[in-house]
Write a protein that binds this ligand. Sequence first.
Ligand code: ACO
Length: 404
Amino acid sequence: AFDIGKLRDQTGYVTLDSGYKNTGATKSAITFLDGEEGILRYRGYPIEQLAEKSNFLEVAYLLIYGELPTTEQLNAFAGTITKHTLVHEDIRKIFDGFPSAIHPMAILSSLTCVLTGFYPESLDPNQSTEELDLTIVRLMAKMSTIAAWTYKNSMGHPLNYPRNDLDYCANFLYMMFSFPTEKYEINPVVVSALNKLLILHADHEQNCSTSTVRLVGSANASLYGSVSAGINALWGPLHGGANQEVIEMLEAIEKDGGDTSKFIAKAKDKNDPFRLMGFGHRVYKNFDPRAKIIKVAADEVLQALGMQDSPLLKIAQELEQAALTNQYFIDRKLYPNVDFYSGIIYKALGIPTEMFTVMFALGRLPGWIAQWKEMRENKEPIGRPRQIYVGATERDYVAIGERA
Ligand code: ACO
């Protein structure tokens, strides 16, 4: 529901819709989402087909350029990204200046913005198509290196330089987990799971971070600056932080003895602020199509890694069963969302919880780029919402000595 209030100084009306629950901010041809039916499509292609048959870079191309690439186009896109994964040595040196306990999202957003200093042509709102393509490729390429380096930095480990003989996901895993003293074996099941996770997170129409990217970009801000703002929006616990909270909740249940019914009861208790993390969604009211895919992927990964007896997975499965058969959750249409299982996979891959939001950002990057590019191509005006003023009416200035 939204109120309609009259602006005092205007003849027209302004609609007030806090949280933009019913307000469309733009027309978009990128992602179709039907929350009632549980449908998600990128450029018309069902998410189920893309997750099963495609890979992350192909989906990135689809989102950014509107069509599935030919072999030639995909090879050129992926090849150019590979060529640009190396980041400037001066960016590596910036790592030395960060405190060791800094959150990886702070590094990611700062260094994404810092790219404007190394590629100042990205600041030009009138970049040619070729120049913009290079700006895009640089961002896709360098963000994976910077993301992996935030983890290495947090561990105090030496940073790994990217390897051009590996594809995007394998190279990311190599940069995350390889040591000069120990060769990292690339496991194809892990690579496939990472591809799926990134694909499932690649776009979700006008969510908070994407709207941020579009709004900042509408001021003709650079792609790097706009995406940096989006990263900060995603960092908020109400947006990208939920998968971390799911794992923390499962660990708390395990530590407490593993009785899931106790936590179901807590979630139902209206005097207890506890909520079952990973359940419910603002838009999906019957099921989250991404959760169905990720649940199967989680089973596959844990099986392949010999972790099928993981206590966290057992607790997650019990919790899901208990919630799905409980009248409270049925009445409120609360189903597991994508974050319920993504954290379990990330954990199984050895990715620490404070890196989960960074992984989300890596996946969401093509969506941010596609939405920023669409906004520019459509020549959308600068975003500038109105307000309903509810402050004091006109009054005279009172000298400081005469104030009560
Ligand atoms: N556990 C217990 N009860 C819940 C939960 C939950 N996870 N989610 C909603 N409810 C209850 C509410 O208490 C409310 O009950 P009431 O009608 O008796 O008052 C009812 O369900 C409706 O809840 P709202 O908060 O109004 O639903 P909304 O659509 O605004 O919120 C949200 C959706 C924020 C996702 C919510 O379900 C939630 O907090 N879930 C847990 C956090 C989470 O998993 N977030 C990730 C979302 S997915 C993503 O961002 C990628």
